[in-house]
Write a protein that binds this ligand. Structure first.
Ligand code: SAH
Length: 357
């Protein structure tokens, strides 16, 4: 709003025009300048000359069999595709956005990183995912998680601007307490984020209580150690008063024995936090396998008995390849993708013609 008001002023237009345009964009989901009927023709022409509205094209939409998870494959103007997921919960609709095209963090279990990073997404491109997904599901999105493809803290400035925009009263007005940013643990950026005075939840993809194991699955562990990450988390908690969420994807024989659980308890003791256990979603390119249900339960029990707040993440949408980067990767290998051979995809709608792909 502020930027647009300033632009109006600099261009000899009345500042209140900014409010009208913002209203069209966010309240009326009107993303064509020509259809903003209370804007004069000359101003419309000026707007079209100076701006474009960054809403991605919906290429594919998938719906899980349980009808509570939707996955969208979106394409930006430069042809890059990314994925966005909507999960319907009783408490509201949650959108999981991508922050980069691909990712350069190289985590072993993650499909987003298989082809490296292509580019950062702009703040508008990230916001466009929320707007388009909201229009598509036809219901208000009340929660945002930055857990799609990409490392949000590797695209810091754009992500920060996105956080401010999506929570602004002028746009979607999503409370910062309903926003979660997930990071693989870029220590200086965690501290910087703590200083921004936001009320968002920070999630750390920890996946291991020690550096030796962590280095085997997450290259970033060679740069920042687990103790350094925990220090940064303490700083974040002190600055914001917010509870940290630790994500721990359980892979068979890698990080799922009870010794890991014990080490995790020691590591997190006394910290204002919550642990989210995730059965690892199997990705074709690696040998990581899901822990057995009994193993997951034992791991959970151990943490729980020792006073940690812990949950096991409900798996939603694994039948539509909803884990990080899997759909885009399949899209890039379009032959397999068209056949939809792998997980019995339920293709709901395709707005674009096949030949444009
Ligand atoms: N780069 C950020 C956000 C994207 S990943 C981060 O590392 O946190 C979002 C979450 O999905 C992370 O916790 C990541 O570890 C997890 N994830 C990625 N691939 C997965 C898989 N195959 N199975 C289970 N969790 C996965």
């Amino acid at each position: 709003m502020e930027d647009l008001r300033n632009w109006m002023k600099d261009n000899d237009e009345n500042k209140f025009r900014a409010g009208q345009i913002i209203d069209w964009l966010y309240k009326k989901s009107q993303w064509d300048f020509d259809c903003m009927t209370n804007i004069s023709k000359p101003l419309t022409a000026k707007l079209k000359k100076n701006f474009y509205i960054e809403i991605p094209d919906l290429v594919k939409k998938y719906e899980s069999k349980s009808k509570d998870t939707f996955k969208f494959l979106y394409r930006y103007r430069d042809g890059n595709v990314i994925e966005t997921v909507v999960m319907k919960y009783r408490h509201g609709n949650s959108v999981c956005v991508s922050t980069q095209v691909g990712c350069r963090m190289g985590c072993k279990f993650c499909a987003s990183t298989v082809n490296g990073m292509v580019r950062n997404l702009s703040s508008g491109e990230i916001l466009g995912q929320v707007l388009e997904a909201q229009r598509e599901v036809g219901e208000r999105i009340s929660n945002v998680v930055l857990m799609g493809s990409g490392e949000p803290l590797d695209n810091y400035d754009n992500v920060l601007k996105f956080l401010k925009m999506v929570s602004s009263e002028y746009s979607l007005n999503i409370g910062q307490r309903h926003i979660t940013l997930s990071t693989c643990g870029i220590v200086p950026r965690i501290k910087q984020l703590a200083d921004e005075n936001l009320q968002i939840t920070l999630a750390i993809s920890l996946h291991s209580p020690d550096d030796i194991r962590r280095k085997k699955i997450m290259p970033i562990a060679n740069k920042y150690s687990v103790p350094e990450i925990i220090d940064a988390c303490r700083y974040y908690i002190n600055k914001t008063g917010r509870r940290i969420s630790f994500e721990y994807a359980l892979a068979r024989g890698v990080n799922d024995d009870l010794k890991c659980a014990e080490d995790l308890i020691q590591l997190l003791k006394g910290l204002l936090c919550h642990v989210n256990l995730i059965p690892v979603n199997q990705v074709r390119e690696n040998e990581l396998r899901k822990s057995s249900l009994s193993n997951i339960q034992d791991f959970y029990d151990k943490l729980h008995e020792n006073g940690l707040e812990v949950t096991i993440r409900r798996e939603m949408g694994s039948d539509i390849d909803a884990a990080c980067g899997q759909l885009r990767r399949s899209y890039l290998e379009s032959k397999r993708y068209r056949k939809g051979v792998e997980n019995g995809w339920d293709l709901v709608r395709c707005r674009q013609s096949e030949k444009t792909e």
